[in-house]
Design a protein around this ligand. Structure first.
Ligand code: RM4
Ligand code: MN
Length: 388
């Protein structure tokens, strides 16, 4: 029997990082739907993220995206976060929204543009020095659309050169986290299309370079838990960007499209020691709430990760090991499925009560009046948006 109390103990230590951009307006390339009350600056994004933490107790940090969250004084931003009960987390660089980057950023054939992109990445490390952030997360939209457009190999050389320069600039416990994505916006080649490419670059860079697995960035049917198990074993899993998808990079609420996949991923995280806070795995959300309200969308996301985690913690691992050693295929599968099929909502409600939280974070938030308050207060100014 898996131990409920031991499971709760681990759940108490679980930390999920929220993306600042989830609180701004977002949409698809067809339409961005404006919602009333959305933040107008990074300070208001922090206030909203703090609500998610206040009601879940499990989301004590917010990831920033530069320049979307650029401010004059990052010390002031960090202080505002601390006042609100949270901290600034991962710094995300943005080298994908400037006209100069049409043919790529750090892999662009033009050395001037490569230099400009690298300067931005280095500027992000300056920001980390001020915010005290540990991680710099790099996602490159770089790639090509047509065979022959550019040399695939030369672009890898340019990428390696830029990554080495950024890595060199890190200090203390700062880390470089390299994200990959199969396709989009480039349609023929992406310069970092998959975990193998990211892994190879990180290996070459050194100890403090790790891979970010964004769950929406694979081909349909990819076995993501295998990638997770492999990277954890190699000590190269640095972070997750959690979201869910039905088709491509849908950025929907984590655990919404396929809760069983999230369970399978988190089971490999558990087995690989990744739930240990010392393992240094950043559990982040990377989502957009295009049609649903944003703060409740984030609360639901945190709860979904907690529910999947509780289920993996309830898997009877002794019984599983026994069945596996005996080569009992069906028994082993049944033990795993028992964990998945457990209703963990009562356990999580109990845990929240022990932490002095409302057992139902969603209802508590909806009853709090915060949503009406921000709609009334946030009048005028420019609402934050994906890319704004
Ligand atoms: C990318 C990638 C990055 C995120 C941006 C907004 O697709 O997932 O992690 O920062 O989108
Ligand atoms: Mn991502």
């Amino acid at each position: 029997m898996a131990d409920r109390e031991a499971a709760k103990q681990i759940l108490r230590t679980q930390r999920i990082e929220l993306p600042s951009w989830a609180f701004g307006n977002s949409g698809t390339r067809f339409k961005v739907f404006a919602q009333p009350g959305v933040p107008r600056d990074p300070f208001e994004k922090i206030a909203d993220a703090a609500q998610v933490h206040a009601f879940t107790g499990a989301a004590p940090s917010i990831a920033l995206h530069i320049p979307w969250d650029k401010v004059e004084d990052y010390g002031k931003l960090a202080a505002a976060a601390a006042d609100a009960g949270i901290a600034l987390g991962t710094i995300n660089a943005n080298v994908f929204q400037d006209d100069d980057y049409r043919l790529g950023s750090v892999t662009n054939p033009d050395p001037r543009i490569r230099r400009k992109a690298l300067d931005h990445l280095l500027e992000c490390v300056d920001v980390m020095d001020q915010t005290g952030s540990r991680d710099l997360k790099l996602w490159f939209s770089d790639g090509t659309n047509y065979p022959g457009q550019d040399s695939i190999r030369a672009r890898q050389d340019r990428l390696a050169e830029a990554l080495a320069a950024v890595y060199e600039r890190l200090s203390g416990d700062q880390r470089l986290i390299l994200e990959y994505k199969l396709f989009e916006p480039a349609f023929y080649t992406m310069d970092v299309p998959d975990w193998g490419t990211s892994f190879a670059h990180c290996l070459q860079l050194g100890e403090r370079a790790k891979v970010c697995v964004d769950t929406g960035h694979h081909a349909p049917g990819t076995n993501i838990e295998f990638i997770v198990a492999f990277l954890l074993r190699a000590g190269k899993l640095g972070a997750f960007d959690f979201n869910s998808r039905f088709y491509a990079d849908d950025d929907l609420i984590v655990g919404a499209a396929d809760p069983f996949q999230l369970f399978r991923i988190l089971f490999e995280v558990l087995v690989g020691g990744g739930l240990d806070p010392d393992a240094g795995i950043a559990f982040m959300l990377d989502q957009c709430h295009n049609i649903e309200p944003k703060i409740p969308g984030q609360i639901r996301s945190v709860m979904n990760v907690q529910e999947a985690t509780a289920k993996v913690l309830l898997v009877d691992r002794d019984a599983l090991a026994e069945a596996q050693a005996a080569g009992d295929v069906l028994a082993a599968n049944a033990v795993l499925m028992d964990g998945y099929n457990t209703d963990v909502r009562p356990l999580l409600a109990e845990l929240r009560e022990e932490l002095g939280l409302n057992p139902d974070p969603m209802k508590a938030y909806l009853d709090s009046g915060y949503a009406a308050r921000i709609v009334a207060e946030r009048v005028g100014g420019t609402p934050a948006g994906w890319g704004a």
